[in-house]
Ligand binder design. Sequence first.
Ligand SMILES: Cc1cc2nc3c(=O)[nH]c(=O)nc-3n(C[C@H](O)[C@H](O)[C@H](O)COP(=O)(O)O)c2cc1C
Length: 351
Amino acid sequence: MSSRIFLGDFKLEKTLTNFWQEYDKPLISLAPMEEVTDTVFREIVLSQATPGNLHVVYTEFANTDGLCHPIGRDKVIHRLQCSENEQKLLKEKNVKLVAQIWGSKPEKYAETCKMISEEMPYFDGIDINMGCPVPKIVKQGSCSRLITNPSLATEIIRACQENSKVPVSVKTRIGYKEIVTKEWIGHLLDHDLPAVLIHGRIQAQMSEGLADWSEIAKGAVLRDTKGKNDTVIIGNGDIKSIAESHQKCEDYKIDGVMIGRGIFHDPWIFAPDRQEPTQEERLQLLWDHASLFQKTWADTKNFRQLRRFFKIYASNFKDAGVLRAALMESRDLDHVREIFDKWGFTPEDKY
Ligand SMILES: Cc1cc2nc3c(=O)[nH]c(=O)nc-3n(C[C@H](O)[C@H](O)[C@H](O)COP(=O)(O)O)c2cc1C
C-alpha cells in the first residue's frame, strides 16, 4: 500500500482541464531532450510551427531532489524556465507545455509538483520520466529503473497526482533488460493517467537499433482491453516527419507521437507544408537561435552547447559543410557574426 503525501493545506482542483483530450487526434509533440528543449529552442521551434502540426512541448528533465534543495534548486531551475515570449507563442499556436521531472523519492515528487502548480502557472502538465536509460541515473533507482520497481512507480505517480493541479503523465520504455510491455504498460494503465508516452526501446538498448512500434501498438490494445478510454497512448522513436507521424498513428492505432531527434534533421518539421527553406532563411534561424541563447543564458550556459544545433541549420545548400566547419569553432555570438560576414550573410537582429 502506498502512503498518501499531501503537503500543507494544498488543495487539488480536480476540475482542471485535461488538455490531452482537447485536441483532435493525432497529437504531435516535440520530445523532451536535455540541453536541447530549453525555453530558447522551444521558442525557435514554436516560431516556425504551423497550426495543427504541434500540440505539446516538454522541458528538459529536471531532478526533483535538486529542485527541492535550497542550494541545488538554483542549478536546476533553469530547466523549468519559460520566457514571456515563449508563453505568448504557446498561446498563439495553441501548444501545451509540460514539465518533465525525475527522481526516486515520492516526497520530493510531491514537493516538486506543489512547487510547479503554485509557482509556474505556464505549465499545462507534468510528466514523470520513467524512461531515461543512462547508467548513472538508473543506478539511483530512477527513470527506466522504475520499470523494475512497479510499487515505487505507483507511489511516485500517486504523490504527483495528489499534489499537482495539472494532469500527470508518464514517459517510459517497453522494458528494462527485456521487453515487458504487457506487464509494465498494463501496470501504468491502472493509475488513471491522462497519457502514457511509450518509447519503443528497452533500457539496455539505450538509443541503439530501431524502436519497436508493434510493442507500442500493444499499449493501445491494452488500454482498450482495460477500458481506460481517458488515457491517450503516444508513441515515440525514430520519426522524421509529420507525414510519418500520421502514418504511424494510423498503422499502430495510437493517439499521437513524440518527435525527438527528427528535429535535428529538420527544424521546420512542424511546418510540413512550407517550401524548402532558402540558405538565407536557414542562416537567419541559426542567428535567431544563437542570439536568443546569448540573451537568455548570457554567461550561465556555455555557448558551445549551440554547436550541436549549427548543423541543423547550416545544411542543404552549396558548401554548407565549409560554413558548418567554421561555425563549429565559434566561441561566441560575435564570432558567429564574423563568420557570417566572411560568408557574405548579414543577419537581421530580432533579439
Ligand atoms: C540529446 C537527447 C536528450 C534527451 N533528453 C531526454 C529527457 O530529458 N527526457 C526524456 O524523457 N527523454 C530524453 N531523451 C529521449 C527522447 O525524448 C526520445 O525518447 C528519444 O530520443 C527517442 O525518440 P527519437 O527517436 O524521436 O529521437 C533525450 C534524447 C536525446 C537525443
